[in-house]
Design a protein around this ligand. Structure first.
Ligand SMILES: Nc1ncnc2c1ncn2[C@@H]1O[C@H](COP(=O)(O)OS(=O)(=O)O)[C@@H](OP(=O)(O)O)[C@H]1O
Ligand SMILES: Nc1ncnc2c1ncn2[C@@H]1O[C@H](COP(=O)(O)OP(=O)(O)O)[C@@H](O)[C@H]1O
Length: 198
């Protein structure tokens, strides 16, 4: 499908953009069950980045599904397409010089690997929000587990749809053992220690 399309090179380069923003772009790819804390921690991380003078953008599951991906359901096939499209969006945003945060369940290992492969080595940072299902279900911030248990939502992740946990994530966050502030600082420490921000 791309045989007659020629890549266009731009005058302002990726390196120019990084230099202007004084940061090394990357993707913080939060993955975990619904209610694990992806959105909450990603938001807290973005606030810290903003205070630190960094340039970022947060892509959130619920929001993207209201727009770009409003045609997609929660079938396995549509979840795969959901992550493929978001992966491409993260590539564009990272190329623009931003630190990209994404908060999607992204339940399948192969799809996360595909997004990793789109990015330069080291720039895809998998953040596993490792919260036990029982804790997520107890939190149930949107009442979705209750609905799923009652049979009102089908294919709910962790109940009747699978979640494949990352084998070797760059960052593992235990949201049932640490405060939101501690977890956000754990992510900032990783970015500082690996030269993404100063
Ligand atoms: N069946 C089913 N399974 C899981 N989640 C469901 C479902 N139906 C609706 N929701 C709500 O949609 C949010 C997950 O969307 P994602 O785009 O992150 O999912 S996925 O990556 O495509 O699996 C998820 O948001 P989070 O709670 O923020 O994870 C839910 O609020
Ligand atoms: N240590 C913690 N880290 C993250 N979230 C927490 C923590 N303790 C309690 N919570 C609560 O858990 C819920 C997580 O929901 P949310 O961030 O929407 O998860 P997700 O985006 O993974 O679905 C929020 O209501 C949040 O306030």
């Amino acid at each position: 499908m791309t045989e007659n399309i020629v890549w266009h090179h731009h005058n302002v380069t990726h390196e120019d953009r990084c230099q202007q923003k004084n940061q090394k772009p990357c993707v913080l790819w939060f993955t975990g069950l619904s209610g694990s804390g992806k959105s909450t921690v990603a938001n807290a991380v973005e606030s810290l980045l903003f205070q630190n003078g960094n340039h970022s953008y947060l892509l959130d599951g619920d929001n993207v599904r209201h727009g770009l991906n409003q045609d997609l359901s929660f079938s396995e096939e549509d979840r795969v397409e959901n992550i493929r499209r978001i992966g491409e969006v993260t590539k564009l945003f990272a190329d623009s010089g931003l630190i990209v945060l994404s908060a999607f369940i992204s339940p399948f290992q192969a799809d996360r690997q595909q997004v990793r492969d789109l990015h330069n080595e080291g720039d895809f940072i998998e953040v596993f929000v490792d919260t036990p299902l029982e804790v997520c279900e107890q939190r149930d911030p949107k009442g979705l587990y209750k609905k799923a248990r009652a049979g009102d939502i089908k294919n709910f992740t962790g109940l009747d749809s699978p979640y494949e946990a990352p084998n070797n994530p760059e960052i593992q966050l235990k949201s049932d053992e640490h405060t939101i502030d501690e977890l956000a600082n754990q992510v900032l420490d990783y970015l500082r220690n690996n030269g993404f921000i100063s």
